[in-house]
Design a binder for this molecule. Structure first.
Ligand SMILES: C[S@@+](CC[C@H](N)C(=O)[O-])C[C@H]1O[C@@H](n2cnc3c(N)ncnc32)[C@H](O)[C@@H]1O
Length: 257
């Protein structure tokens, strides 16, 4: 960590960037808040009776979903994981009082050790993040996830999961584009963040970290196949609007690799 980033980010500055982040993400996910609600509803249902459940948010960014989980399940212990130091600094500044955040690259086997968690997780969740990873990397990620989640625990992945049939995928994408918010997009948000002197140290740190973007367009069918292979025995969609999908997987009682 550099001396610039050791200085905590002003919570007001961070809150303003976070509001702008949420608006920017709504350009890509038409029903983002509804999708967050579905994830929280699923957690409430599946973790009812669980004392202080441990929930891990993969690719948490600045913590939008992590924070909503803390609000809906006040007894939960939530941890967000991401490899982007700038987004993590926003998360820690605004939501650090309710959740923990850890820097780890989900592409690297052994990422879970960097969270410092020493007990099994009741649920892992993810929102608009795992499309950054190709199928081969997801296969490894899911194997590690099956070791991290307790038997009977859940994995909930909300993302744009494209249909393998090109015409269906094209229609779903066009329908989504017709419904998303207008305004600042991903590139404009990052350009503006890069110009903010308050974030200069974090921007430099991000450049060094190898954090970036990408879309590997892995379909829901491939996610399901990889999850079953990794040790999840029930996998299905609980909510969908076009190609915007919430996929739930239940960790098998005994994992056989
Ligand atoms: C589009 S953002 C979504 C962030 C947040 N989940 C949300 O819904 O606002 C995708 C996130 O995935 C993270 N991410 C992408 N690849 C990653 C990787 N290899 N390891 C950890 N995080 C990653 C990015 O840094 C970014 O924060």
């Amino acid at each position: 960590m550099t001396s610039d980033t050791a200085r905590p980010l002003d919570p007001q500055v961070a809150s303003a960037w976070l509001r702008r982040w949420d608006a920017q993400q709504e350009r890509y996910v038409a029903d983002r808040e509804r999708r967050f609600d579905v994830i929280c509803d699923t957690l409430c249902h599946a973790l009812a009776g669980c004392d202080r459940p441990l929930v891990l948010d993969l690719g948490c960014g600045p913590g939008s979903l992590t924070a909503r989980v803390c609000r809906r399940l006040p007894s939960a212990r939530a941890m967000g994981v991401d490899n982007d130091p700038l987004l993590l600094a926003l998360a820690r500044s605004v939501y650090g009082h309710t959740a923990q955040f850890a820097e780890a690259d989900l592409r690297r086997p052994g990422w879970s050790a960097l969270t410092g968690l020493n007990s099994a997780v009741d649920a892992a969740i993810s929102s608009t993040a795992l499309h950054y990873l190709p199928a081969e990397t997801l296969a490894d990620l899911y194997l590690e996830l099956a070791d991290v989640i307790r038997p009977g625990g859940l994995f909930i992945n909300a993302d744009n999961l494209y249909d393998e049939q090109p015409m269906i995928a094209g229609i779903a994408a066009a329908l989504r584009r017709s419904r998303v918010a207008s305004g600042e997009d991903w590139a404009a948000w990052w350009q503006a963040a890069t110009r903010d002197r308050e974030l200069a140290g974090l921007v430099a740190e991000r450049e060094r970290s190898g954090a970036g973007d990408g879309d590997h367009r892995v379909s829901a069918a491939v996610h399901e196949q990889l999850l079953r292979r990794a040790g999840f025995d029930q996998v299905g969609t609980v909510w969908q609007a076009g190609d915007d999908v919430v996929l739930v997987a239940v960790r098998r009682q005994t994992v056989k690799h």
